[in-house]
Ligand binder design. Structure first.
Ligand code: BG6
Length: 526
């Protein structure tokens, strides 16, 4: 039988007014940025995501005074432990992380945390949870505001959603209340399963209550794409087919699949990265300015891009895709094992650890401009960037016999690491004659703002608490993105052709180079 651990009244009323100066991010949060009172419920409360991402983000938000005074966290999990054991586990994880934990702030934060032991498929566990949330509303003053985060394996999402409905937790139970649901990726395995999942979610929750996380949207440099494009006057006039030759989007990882071989075998780079993070970066790069910076207007414009997007080779989409898998290799003098030798991976696995694709956006702004996307594990370097390659000058004015070979201008939006911007341009080399050489005009977040940017989860959890869904993916976005990668998934499923291979620690398969060479281009080496 499942039991629910009820906190003592002493615990409920144990809250402290923060007197510590904020460590980072918002030195002085604006009052409007602080969400309403609320209870944050984490399903999968004892899991990896809760320990590594969610609770550290909530802790940092709290030390930055960006959570309300009336704030409670409830971890829901299957294992038996009491409140204190749960808090100690979270404390240990925080200390292992990059977060600087101070005793005074931890004590206050810990006093807001409770643990509920229950089963995800057991209605009674949810009835007990409902009782506990009512008590917290009463004692802490969280005003019937509840945010449920599904930090569980995907297979548990539907039973949880169904039990939330049965317990009447999918809608507010008191005047002025609200209920929101955070969903973590993956949102399905393909278009059909994503549709089914969305359908089940919509049976219980209204779309306006649902916050689907793509953590790339929480990265500062990704949000800066909006600012760069739509707050500055100089870029937008040249952000189109008349000036842009092509766009390259790279999300390269130097790590392999680590301990996630089992998951990755089912996913591969297309599901894990291309369908979500890379297509999100593309939509932000290609979208039209929204009429207002509000969630639906922004997401409408992103969906317009996805609707106009297609693999470049219309009649034979496979010619626009390269899927590869890493073999053994070397990096920093270290031998690296092949993907097939990783734990949890089949020795004859056909899962791709690399995917590159050439897309085009069929609309007036982008007609004829290729968007080359690539992502992979065990590549030469960890780097994520968007590179806008501009057209060359129409006529080269260098004197006859000049051996300089001017290259086109490239604007690089560096997502990570060394977050910032760089504009490559040609300059004259000092001295006689007219030799030219490329240089970068650059800006880095580090130099301009110092310190580290907040973790993406901080931003996203804060926005969900505040009810701003601009940086979350909507049903139609998710489904359009699945539709776009369908040919890649079909190939993964049906093709018997050998996958392209690449050495671990390299820049990917030669076939991906050929994808650009046929257009007279080549991948940047970031
Ligand atoms: C996740 C993928 O969504 O993103 C991982 O499941 C990947 O496989 C990770 O490593 C990359 O995120 P980041 O923020 O480290 O670039």
């Amino acid at each position: 039988m499942s039991t629910v651990v009820v906190p003592s009244i002493d615990e409920v009323i144990r809250r402290v007014v923060w007197d510590q100066e904020c460590a980072s991010w918002h030195e002085n949060p604006v009052q409007e940025e602080v969400p309403d009172p609320l209870t944050f419920v984490i399903f999968g409360g004892t899991g990896d995501l809760a320990h590594r991402k969610l609770v550290p983000a909530l802790y940092r938000l709290t030390t930055s005074r960006l959570t309300p005074k009336q704030f409670a966290i409830v971890g829901f999990g299957r294992s038996h432990q009491d409140n204190d054991e749960y808090r100690q586990g979270l404390h240990a994880s925080l200390q292992d992380s990059e977060v600087q934990v101070q005793d005074a702030t931890w004590d206050d934060f810990a006093g807001r945390i409770w643990y509920v032991q229950g089963q995800y498929d057991d209605e009674k566990s949810f009835t007990s949870l409902a009782g506990m949330l009512d008590r917290i509303d009463h004692d802490v003053g969280t005003q019937n505001h509840r945010l449920f985060d599904l930090a569980t394996p995907p297979v548990l999402c539907l039973p949880i959603i169904e039990n939330l409905r049965k317990a009447g937790l999918n809608h507010p139970t008191a005047k002025g209340g609200w209920v929101r649901l955070i969903m973590e990726k993956p949102f399905g395995q393909d278009l059909a399963t994503a549709r089914r999942l969305n359908h089940c979610v919509h049976d219980v929750f209204d779309e306006s209550q649902v916050y689907r996380i793509d953590h790339y949207l929480g990265k500062e440099t990704v949000q800066n794409i909006f600012v760069l494009r739509f707050i500055n006057g100089i870029f937008e006039p040249i952000w189109n087919r008349n000036y842009v030759d092509h766009v390259q989007i790279t999300v390269a990882e130097s790590l392999g699949v680590e301990r996630r071989g089992g998951y990755y075998e089912q996913a591969g780079a297309t599901r894990d990265m291309m369908q979500s993070h890379l297509l999100q970066l593309l939509t932000l790069t290609a979208m039209e300015p929204p009429a207002t910076f509000t969630s639906d207007k922004v997401r409408d414009e992103k969906v317009q891009v996805l609707d106009a997007l297609r693999l470049a080779s219309e009649h034979d989409p496979l010619r626009s895709i390269v899927r590869g898998q890493y073999g053994p290799g070397m990096a920093d003098g270290r031998m690296l094992a092949s993907y097939r030798a990783e734990r949890g991976v089949a020795v004859d696995s056909r899962t791709e650890t690399y995917v590159a694709a050439k897309f085009v956006v069929d609309n007036w702004r982008w007609a004829g401009v290729p968007f080359y996307l690539r992502t992979g594990k065990r590549l030469a370097k960890q780097v994520s960037e968007i590179a806008i390659h501009f057209r060359r000058a129409p006529h080269m004015l260098l004197p006859d016999g000049n051996t300089s070979q001017p290259r086109s201008n490239v604007l690089v939006l560096r997502i990570q690491p060394d977050e910032g911007l760089a504009l490559r341009m040609e300059v004259k080399v000092p001295g006689p004659g007219m030799r030219v050489r490329p240089v970068n005009m650059s800006f880095t977040y580090e130099e301009a703002f110092g310190g580290m940017s907040p973790d993406a989860y901080q931003r996203l959890l804060l926005d969900a608490m505040r009810g701003d869904s601009t940086l979350f993916t909507r049903t139609d976005e998710v489904e359009a993105a699945w539709a776009l990668v369908a040919p890649m998934l079909e190939e993964q499923q049906n093709s018997t052709a050998d996958l392209a291979t690449y050495a671990a620690g390299s820049w990917g398969p030669a076939e991906a180079d050929a994808l650009l060479q046929q257009d007279g281009q080549r991948w940047r080496e970031p």
